[in-house]
Design a protein around this ligand. Structure first.
Ligand code: PMP
Length: 391
């Protein structure tokens, strides 16, 4: 039976990791893999996490099953950070823990489909797994251009997608720090998007995987909150894997906004059933550590300081790139106003290959770079290489 399967191409980024590891050059630069790195090039465990994990080891008394919804203390502790002071929006929001943001996106798509969604509009390029998840559950994707060639958001395209949508359509939006472009909507853009969603009734799914890595914990969810304030229903997929550095521990949450207790309860029961049928229960450890951090003001402060350091370092890298202006054929100025871990450089596949071969600079074939792969020690080499290869 298995011979009927078609070979699947391996993840391009994983192939890039292998090539980078095999490169003997000591000044090679890895801008491929999507994890934060310090100015020393490492991805250390957060101090706040270390302390919470120690507490877990010392105090956790059981590892007995929790249930498909996971650690509800974790789910609830996150809510004020995402939704604000009125963390349930008057009892209209319910959530559950998921295996990473990926689990949350998958659950959002599957539940929307179960509720009758037939098509999901999505700005492209996007995180490649968005399309893979939709393909896997056979939910039609309708792409529109997320960004303009000058590196700003294409607001007309998203508004046109919303206004032209059918009655069973949804729209997937990145809450902040768009992956891969780094191009986020302004407050005015979000206001127009929220109005258009409210007018047309298209179902919004907001994927927030980089909360706190753009401008700050409050700033990064202002757009999301402005949309939620206007709409009757929405799904929110959330990841703690970047903002708590938990990547492999798979920490995420899925939230439902509904317009009435009964609808909310019914939707939640369906999410629960879908979770039960897919992963049964989410992994506990990382979410338990995040819960301990968010319930302890000292640990919360340690975490917020660490997050701020990450944010400031990425801003410093972006500022330095923007200062470099135009290098070769690449205008670096837009990178200064973009947010988060990623941006896309307007380089060809051949130029990407040349950067790799001639300069030991590794990036995705799309030109996506991990901003945190640049340090004050290697950024000048990077800028020089861009000038040489694209000049
Ligand atoms: N959404 C987006 C836009 C992402 O970039 C990512 C992670 N790369 C995720 C969701 C999923 O994150 P996680 O690792 O928590 O599954």
């Amino acid at each position: 039976m298995l011979e009927r399967l078609d070979e699947q191409s391996p993840d391009a980024l994983l192939a890039l990791i292998k090539m980078h590891a095999a490169d003997p050059r000591s000044d090679k630069i890895d801008l491929g893999v999507g994890v934060y790195r310090t100015d020393e090039g490492g991805t250390p465990v957060f101090e706040a996490i270390k302390r919470a994990e120690q507490q877990l080891v010392d105090e956790q008394s059981s590892k007995s099953y929790l249930g498909p919804e996971g650690d509800m203390g974790f789910v609830n502790a996150l809510m004020p950070y995402i939704f604000g002071e009125d963390a349930t929006m008057g009892g209209r929001i319910a959530g559950m823990q998921t295996p990473g943001g990926t689990g949350a996106v998958r659950l959002a798509a599957a539940l929307a489909q179960k509720a009758g969604m037939t098509k999901l509009h999505m700005g492209t390029p996007s995180w490649p797994n968005h399309a893979q998840i939709l393909g896997d559950i056979s939910l039609e994707m309708a792409p529109f251009d997320h960004a303009n060639p000058d590196g700003t958001a294409n607001v007309e395209a998203v508004l046109a997608a919303i206004r032209g949508a059918g009655s069973n359509d949804g729209i997937l939006l990145h809450g902040c720090c768009h992956n891969p472009t780094g191009v986020d909507y302004s407050d005015e853009d979000w206001a127009a998007i929220g109005d258009a969603i409210a007018e047309t009734g298209i179902f919004p799914i907001i994927d927030t995987a980089y909360h706190g890595l753009g401008h700050g914990l409050e700033e990064d969810v202002a757009g999301l909150r402005s949309v939620l304030a206007k709409v009757p229903e929405a799904f929110i997929a959330y990841s703690c894997d970047k903002n708590f550095g938990m990547y492999r521990d798979r920490v995420g949450a899925f939230y439902i906004l509904a317009n009435g207790q009964e609808t909310l309860d019914t939707a939640f029961s369906n999410a629960n059933a879908l979770a039960r049928a897919s992963w049964s229960m989410p992994p506990d450890h990382g979410a338990a550590a995040v819960r301990l951090i968010l319930r302890d003001s000292d640990l919360t402060k340690v975490w917020k300081d660490e997050l701020e350091q990450m944010r400031n370092r990425m801003r410093q890298v972006r500022d330095r790139l923007a200062e470099a202006g135009t290098q070769g054929s690449v205008d670096m100025v837009p990178l200064g106003i973009q947010n988060g871990l990623f941006s896309v450089l307007p380089v060809s596949k051949e130029q990407v290959a040349q950067l790799r071969e001639d300069h030991g600079i590794y990036m995705a074939g799309s030109g996506r770079i991990n901003i945190a792969g640049l340090t004050m020690g290697n950024i000048d080499k990077f800028i020089g290489a861009i000038a040489e290869v694209t000049g």
